[in-house]
Ligand binder design. Structure first.
Ligand code: KG4
Ligand code: ZN
Length: 346
């Protein structure tokens, strides 16, 4: 008998549902909440309300697309952690209600583990063990993945995530949220060697992006004269705006280049430390064209096997929850209706 999993993802501002049958994704539906754009970031209360409105139609659409009925579903998987608590509650309550009504088992999925397993959705797949650089708006991690259910975080950010580094840099330049894709777009026309931003000196596999953000702030306030704070370098608002407007592509290319080199230098170090040469990307920032290109070039140069999931499986989605749910199903890893969600990583 085929194993059919219905998965629900609602950890942040995307309401998503997917159906996976025997490890193959049959549908992957998503409702992106536009309401947050005007606020320059996700507003948690508005996200919860939008999830409530979206969840029934999205689950319905995922079931229809997969040509599946609720009677055919063997288990319901949902995102348990981490995320916005109100958002997680909507998805988990919906999943629990469905599990209770259909008398089907419930599977709790960790959102970050699911990002890593997005690499197992399509062929070619990495073999175990593999290293995954997971880069999203909330997380930056290097994960050593020994099996679908055995993941070890060997490096993580000690302050901002890579996506935040992109978004906050964009905000400093007056670009709208989320600024990551815009930096990517402008960077394509720019010279990445024009401006130099510092690389943090951290000995282990951890990341830090807060120093970069501060140096960009001073760099812009000084109209490119310097990366450090000195009252005499400071220019007027008009001069600053003019500097940004005239050099936007080069600034974006230089910022992107530094963020990418911070990420990949740590990955190189992780390969050296572990000897693992199957390398994956995951998370929304893996949509970045500079990162994708540099990651693949690095792989080619060093004879490493590199894997990047298609864009729809990199950003928040329910297909990754479904594939993780499938592997947990194979291990009889179920939870009771009393299980709770957690805003933090468990
Ligand atoms: O994984 P994700 O969709 O959501 C979570 O944070 O879980 O990641 C969103 C992040 C945002 O910070 C966004 O700016 C960034 O991914 N992002 C990009 C690009 N596309 C999305 N950053 C740089 N370049 C991109 N093309
Ligand atoms: Zn995510």
């Amino acid at each position: 008998m085929p194993i059919s999993i219905l998965a629900i993802e609602s950890s942040c501002d995307e309401t998503a549902a997917a159906v996976c049958i025997d490890g193959k994704i049959r549908s992957n539906e998503i409702a992106t909440q536009q309401i947050h754009e005007q606020f320059g970031g996700v507003v948690p209360e508005l996200a919860s309300r939008a999830h409530i409105q979206n969840i029934v139609p999205i689950v319905d659409a995922a079931m229809k697309k997969a040509n599946c009925t609720l009677q055919h579903i063997d288990a319901i998987a949902f995102t348990q952690a981490p995320g916005l608590i109100g958002s997680l509650l909507v998805g988990s309550q919906f999943a629990k209600s469905l599990a209770l009504a259909l008398d089907k088992p419930l599977i709790a999925v960790h959102h970050m583990q699911a990002h890593v397993l997005a690499n197992l959705i399509l062929e070619p797949k990495p073999s175990f063990p593999f290293l995954c650089l997971t880069v999203s708006g909330g997380h930056t991690q290097i994960v050593l993945c020994k099996s679908p259910t055995n993941q070890q975080i060997i490096g993580k950010t000690i302050d901002d995530a890579a996506g935040e580094a992109f978004d906050k840099s964009a905000k400093l330049m007056g670009l709208p949220y989320p600024g990551g894709p815009l930096i990517d777009k402008y960077a394509a026309q720019g010279n990445p060697n024009r401006f130099k931003f510092p690389e943090p000196q951290i000995a282990d596999l951890n990341f830090s992006f807060s120093g970069l953000k501060t140096s960009i702030l001073y760099f812009l306030n000084n109209a490119g004269t310097s990366n450090v704070f000195k009252e005499e370098f400071k220019v007027t608002q008009d001069e600053k705006q003019q500097f940004i407007a005239e050099n936007l592509a080069d600034i974006c290319a230089s910022i992107q280049d530094r963020i990418v080199s911070i990420l990949l230098n740590k990955l190189k170090k992780a390969v050296k430390q572990t000897g693992v040469t199957q390398l994956c990307l995951a998370g929304g920032v893996s949509a970045n064209s500079g990162l994708r290109k540099a990651f693949e070039e690095l792989g080619k140069k060093n004879n490493w096997a590199t894997f990047i999931p298609p864009f729809e499986y990199c950003t928040d989605n329910a297909a990754m929850i479904a594939i993780t749910g499938y592997y947990k199903y194979l291990q009889n890893d179920f939870v009771g209706l009393g299980t709770s969600v957690n805003a933090r990583s468990l």
